[in-house]
Design a protein around this ligand. Structure first.
Ligand SMILES: Cc1cc2nc3c(=O)[nH]c(=O)nc-3n(C[C@H](O)[C@H](O)[C@H](O)COP(=O)(O)O)c2cc1C
Length: 187
């Protein structure tokens, strides 16, 4: 941790849409941060589709910025929708780009995961796919409590505010587990 005691978290959202429930969940997380934690959210909208030929010529600027932001963060927070039982392509694509050598920036990072869907299963299948990628990239995903936001349309109001107290509590506890893990690693 660069500033002693402050855990800097980089958020990444798997949805690009303006009224995204997952983006709204990241805004809720920003309100629920434990003391000593900051959150900034990466913009992954400009990241091109992965192409190894392009990589060999040099990381495109939006990828380079993302890689630097990940490297500078003490921990990560993913908010992902579920698309066809997996994580959306935009998020996987951003992870794929950022994961390429040299200095794979995800290595050893504690990571919190949450997901919101209008469906009934709260993005569980997307989150397990995301967890698989976290394992390969040697991230350290927080296991509990899981933040599975099902039927999101009933949990956020029309201003995109998270009104469901149970979900707010789960996000708060998940972030507390993230800061504890990050501080343990830094000790
Ligand atoms: C291509 C596509 C596939 C989807 N597949 C699933 C799915 O497998 N499971 C699920 O619960 N919801 C699925 N959904 C619904 C999304 O989870 C829902 O639209 C969600 O609100 C998207 O997240 P956002 O609000 O952050 O944009 C799918 C939506 C799209 C566009």
């Amino acid at each position: 941790m660069a500033d002693k005691g402050v855990v800097k978290v980089l958020g990444m959202c798997g949805s690009l849409r303006k009224s995204s429930f997952n983006r709204a969940a990241l805004r809720a997380a920003a309100e629920l941060l434990p003391d000593g934690m900051t959150l900034t959210v990466a913009d992954i909208a400009a990241i091109p589709l992965y192409n190894e030929d392009v990589r060999q010529a040099g990381f495109p600027p939006p990828v380079q910025s993302l890689r630097e932001a990940i490297a500078a963060a003490d921990a990560l927070l993913f908010a992902t929708p579920e698309y066809n039982y997996s994580m959306p392509g935009v998020l996987k694509n951003a992870i794929d780009w950022a994961s390429r050598p040299p200095d794979q920036p995800f290595n050893g990072k504690p990571v919190a995961i949450m997901g919101a869907t209008s469906g009934l299963w709260g993005t569980s299948r997307a989150q397990y796919h995301l967890r698989q990628s976290c394992v390969f990239l040697n991230m350290l995903p927080i296991n509990k409590p899981e933040v599975l936001i099902a039927q999101a349309q009933t949990k956020f109001n029309d201003k995109g505010e998270l009104t469901d107290e149970t979900t707010r509590k789960l996000i708060k506890e998940h972030l507390e587990a993230l800061i504890a893990c990050t501080q343990r690693l830094a000790a």
